[in-house]
Design a protein around this ligand. Sequence first.
Ligand SMILES: O=C(O)CCC(=O)C1=CC=C[C@@H](O)C1C(=O)O
Ligand SMILES: [Mg+2]
Length: 371
Amino acid sequence: MGIKVKRVILRHLQMELKSPFTTSFGSFQKKEFILVEAMDEDGLSGWGESVAFPSPWYNEETVKTNWHMIEDFLLPLLFQAPIAHPEELRQRFSVIRKNQMAKAAIEGAIWDLFAKRQQLPLHKALGGNKNRIEVGVSIGIQKSIDDLLRIIERYVQEGYRRIKIKIKPGWDVEVVREVRRRFPDVPLMVDANSAYSLEDIDRLKALDEFQLMMIEQPLAPDDIVDHATLQEQLNTPICLDESIHSAEDARKAIQLGSCRIINIKIGRVGGLAEAKRIHDICKENDIPVWCGGMLEAGVGRAHNIAITTLDNFTLPGDTAASSHYWTKDIIVPEVTVHHGTITVPEKPGIGYDVDRQQVDIYTSYAKVYHA
Ligand SMILES: O=C(O)CCC(=O)C1=CC=C[C@@H](O)C1C(=O)O
Ligand SMILES: [Mg+2]
């Protein structure tokens, strides 16, 4: 018997980050996002989180475009017919071009609902096979190299399994050299968020001497051709983030040799089902994957933990502890990291309870939609 979604509540939340997060394209002090609650006939709730930011810096979606897409296009499709399995939504939503983050927010809530109805933890419903996952941490651009070194020191001591730092022209080779001098053995990677072009090839080649695990998304967000040219000339593996929106994109990037690693973000690729497909294609081609982060609150973080239990997620992801971002998260218990690992929760669904009181505190407005 399929899932009949009776009601969906969209909430607009605002949460203050403990410290600002700065990348090559901008700085965030607070997180503004849409939380999705989908209810079935039995009164069970499934939860999803949109990872779109308020401004279209990382990609073209925003909180407002997501709200519009969900309200005007995706909810009518969702309410149209019962859902036997959440994987059906990929097909049902395919009449809407792109808008992956909006689709993923709804699909995530339905996966949670589906798993709860099956009395299964989400990671089992997805076919995962780990009870513990390894995680790293992503550190934004800092005011000074000394500040950066101090922050890295703290996370290395906390046991995070790899350190990712953000780079941009003017904050790259010299910074990485200092980090390596101080931490010669730490698993280290850099993320450029598309701040370079092929004209910067010498600068990027200069990073080869630092034994980086990878360089994430050095070139344009819509490119896989120049990345192939660059990868040919670099020893360091390129990891694609912004350029991969689907399993088809992954197939083409692998075929062209544009990368040796892929960062999977559930929101960027349109949901858990597509994330799984990318995982599978990468696995067939010996391309390791890891789970990226979008400064998620607890619900999105729980989805990230679940997908990371698939076996080709062999590299530590960006899923840091709740306390790395928030004074108080929206789930109970919060996500905690011990010796660089997270214990995968075994409760049905996303495995954490949503703290409704905390959600209310962060909610600026909400709207209820009936089937
Ligand atoms: O801690 C996290 O959630 C990861 C943060 C992170 O690295 C990113 C968040 C948001 C946009 C990007 O700058 C980015 C990334 O590109 O991976
Ligand atoms: Mg990235």
